[in-house]
Write a protein of this length. Structure first.
Length: 171
């Protein structure tokens, strides 16, 4: 089977991986799954924020009270990622900006794992699909790559960690 490039993975423009064709089959499957998720937009966001604040109540204070507009922004960001799956460099620029803004909101690299897993759980819930469904696993990988890019951009401008500082609170 020919080797293909994941649409969300990015590498330097002169990297040999850039010469690989994008995995168009994966792009089509990610789009099809998202279209199904998108019909439950409000339910997805509701389920996600309920799970997030139940699992990590200390994060609630970082968010404004108006979770509806936050939910709309989250959906708009995922819409944009899906729209640009054939243009990884555009997604990379968008996700870098999002990651830098998240550093200003107080998001820490160690928060992303939880956010990704809970988004995946919420997708699974709205799609009412079984735990090992391939479509969900493909979206988990996509969200992890999205988070990786956001973290990379958010850490790029930060000073090196102080080795004497206590470790961040896991969540
Ligand atoms: C897959 C990862 C994530 C995505 C796609 C995402 C998406 C978004 C979007 C689109 C916004 C709207 C504001 C903007 O565009 O700058 C936002 C705001 C925000 N996000 Fe995230 N986010 C992610 C991960 C996280 C994580 C790990 C945290 C950490 C707790 C977090 C906390 C926040 C906060 C505090 C706000 C601002 C809320 C407010 O202004 O009330 N996000 N996020």
């Amino acid at each position: 089977m020919p080797v293909r490039r994941h649409p969300i993975a990015v590498s330097a423009s002169n990297h040999p991986l850039q010469r690989l064709p994008l995995d168009v089959g994966l792009i089509a499957r990610l789009k099809a799954t998202y279209a199904r998720v998108r019909t439950h937009e409000l339910q997805l966001a509701e389920s996600f924020y309920a799970r997030l604040f139940a699992a990590a109540p200390h994060l609630r204070a970082m968010f404004r009270d108006d979770l509806q507009s936050q939910a709309a922004k989250l959906t708009a960001a995922l819409d944009a990622v899906v729209r640009n799956l054939e243009s990884p460099q555009e997604n990379a620029a968008m996700l870098a900006g999002l990651g830098r803004r998240h550093a200003e909101y107080g998001a820490k690299p160690e928060h992303y794992g939880l956010v990704v897993e809970l988004l995946v759980e919420s997708m699974r819930e709205v799609l009412r699909t079984s735990a090992d469904d391939q479509a969900i696993l493909e979206w988990r990988t996509a969200l992890r790559l999205i988070a990786d890019q956001m973290i990379a951009a958010s850490s790029a401008d930060l000073p090196a960690a102080d080795p004497a500082a206590p470790p961040g609170r896991p969540c």
